[in-house]
Design a protein around this ligand. Sequence first.
Ligand SMILES: [Zn+2]
Length: 292
Amino acid sequence: MTGKNQWIEHEYFRTYRIATRVESVSLNPFNYLRELEALFLEDGILEFAPSWQKDTALHRLIRYIADDFFSEDTTGPTCAPWGSDPVHPKWILPVDLALQLYGLSDEPEFFIPEDRNIVQGEDGIYRQVTPPWVENACYERYQYLRLTQVYEDLLARIAEEVFFVMFLNRRALEGLNRHLAGHLGDIDPAYISEDSMGLARLFSGPGELKRVRPPVWAKRAVFYRERGRCASCRTDLSGLIDTFPDSNYDHMIPLARGGLNDLTNLQLLCGRCNLKKSDRITASSKHYRRWY
Ligand SMILES: [Zn+2]
């Protein structure tokens, strides 16, 4: 990669909040089946099948979760103050705030209508409630944005940032890949529809993708994440003449178990540990070398 693609400018908009949800989903997917449903509808898992996409499985899940948050914001709704008057701010949706932060929009195009009803509850106590038409207007704004390119661009920026902080988390990546492997394992390439024949050719058999050598960019990313050490026994591999031999790059979830050819499914292992692990799934290591 050259030029500006090597650099990202972080705004850290909800980065850790999204990362926390993505981690929970990855480690306990069965608690989130309803939320994840749409991701795997109509063989959605096939979008994860092409090898070594720079738009990794994690990027896809992050966008999906970030979109979910924006949808949730419309109930309530969640408001962010906008404007130079701190006493009487206008209110905008977090998605409109994010568009401003990332410079994807010049001016907010939608302000949350200010209308509250005071309602007396059964207990005799009065409460402020948002009338349904306000939430509906917010939801319509969100639905409108979802069809636009700026929204796609926004999700892409958020995905880059969350990926940046989550790529270190082998356990979460392993959990995500384990879950995806469960879905991929159900795919029989013989039944993939004619117009997706290209996808069928990615498979070596039912529920198993063909082995494709990881490209140098993927190996480099994993090598630097592990800081040149075997993720299992910590052997220093940085002195090897060829630092990127295929035999050091292990699919955490093996292809034979439905694993993906995806950056998030790779770890650096010394030859001995890789041989020992073979086609088994072993828990990824929790240890990381200190920065200093
Ligand atoms: Zn080792």
